[in-house]
Write a protein that binds this ligand. Structure first.
Ligand SMILES: [Zn+2]
Length: 315
């Protein structure tokens, strides 16, 4: 088995005690996602990692994994067209039973985009507080089909044939989950630079709106225009802006920040509790923008209308 860099990276994180407890494996090919998840189970359970950093393939754990007979792995596949609430309940109760001699439990959910809303809701609490040594791997070909409540509890890993540690690191940034769908995979590095530029632009615009300093709009608009956003990118920009205001509201209520986790200090400097209704208003107006984008209105034009409207009302 040729082990991918992502699976090796998982073992490394486990060894240094930095492994998260829920990951969303996102890619275009279900078979590749399944393969990667299998590699991850091997890399995490094998006690005889080779000098090349691969699972040995012959130890007791590896053999059991090969024959789909490992106590530490609970693998859930859709039952018919969907992943049902009954399956989740069965998994939950199986999780409370003891598994002797197993150092961790990995719960793999294949085709996670087929989770019904009820099934998703049934596992939210489990995913959030999974108990010791649990690891969730949600496999999906569609990020947007995963309920945001579940999505926000997972770190997203993009899995493609050229997977690398660099992509792994990037995907741990929760903001990137909003951006990753626009990435067509042609040029990872270029996409990551565009992502970083966009985040700084969003922060700047969000901040100026939150501080009622919309006079600077034309400067920001010019920079937005220079980015020449594609239609899918425009949606991502809108989503990033909504996320900004939601996080800003979270800060004022002392709730945890979901997306701008790397910019917590910056958000804290901006947030004022007496302006929560303004932030909510901004999030709502920008949310309405999404509909305009669907009817091919230019993102910057629509954004300008929102900015000017809010400015006029504040004057
Ligand atoms: Zn082994």
């Amino acid at each position: 088995m040729l082990i991918s860099e992502t699976a090796k990276r998982m073992r490394y994180l486990y060894d240094v005690n930095r492994l998260g407890h829920a990951y969303l494996l996102l890619g275009e090919h279900s078979s590749l996602l399944v393969e990667t998840a299998k590699q991850m189970t091997h890399m995490l359970f094998c006690e005889h990692i080779t000098p090349e950093g691969e699972a040995c393939g012959v130890c007791d754990d590896c053999l059991r994994l090969n024959s789909d007979n490992h106590m530490g792995v609970y693998w859930i596949r859709p039952d018919g067209a969907s992943l049902k609430i009954a399956q989740m309940r069965t998994a939950l109760s199986a999780d409370t039973r003891k598994a002797n001699g197993v150092k961790m439990r990995i719960i793999v959910i294949e085709d996670a985009h087929k989770l019904t809303p009820e099934a998703t809701n049934a596992i939210l609490k489990w995913v959030e507080e999974p108990g010791l040594n649990r690891l969730f791997l949600f496999l999906t070909v569609s990020l947007s089909a995963i309920l945001p409540t579940l999505r926000s509890r997972c770190a997203v890993l993009r899995i493609d044939r050229r997977d690398s540690a660099a992509v792994f690191e990037m995907s741990k940034n929760p903001l990137f989950t909003l951006w990753s769908e626009v990435d067509d995979g042609d040029d990872k590095e270029k996409s990551e630079v565009r992502f970083a530029d966009t985040v700084s632009l969003v922060l700047e615009l969000g901040q100026s709106m939150a501080r009622k300093e919309v006079q600077g709009w034309h400067v920001i608009a010019e920079r937005f225009a220079k980015m020449n956003y594609s239609p899918p990118e425009s949606y991502a920009v809108v989503d990033l802006l909504i996320a900004y205001f939601r996080d800003l509201i979270a800060v004022t209520c002392a709730s945890p920040i979901v997306y701008f986790t790397n910019q917590t200090d910056q958000l804290k400097k901006v947030a004022q509790s007496d302006r929560v209704s303004l932030y909510a208003r901004c999030a709502l107006e920008i949310g309405n923008l999404r509909k305009l984008l669907a009817s091919h209105v230019q993102m910057i034009t629509a954004l300008e209308a929102v900015v000017l409207r809010i400015q006029r009302e504040l004057a």
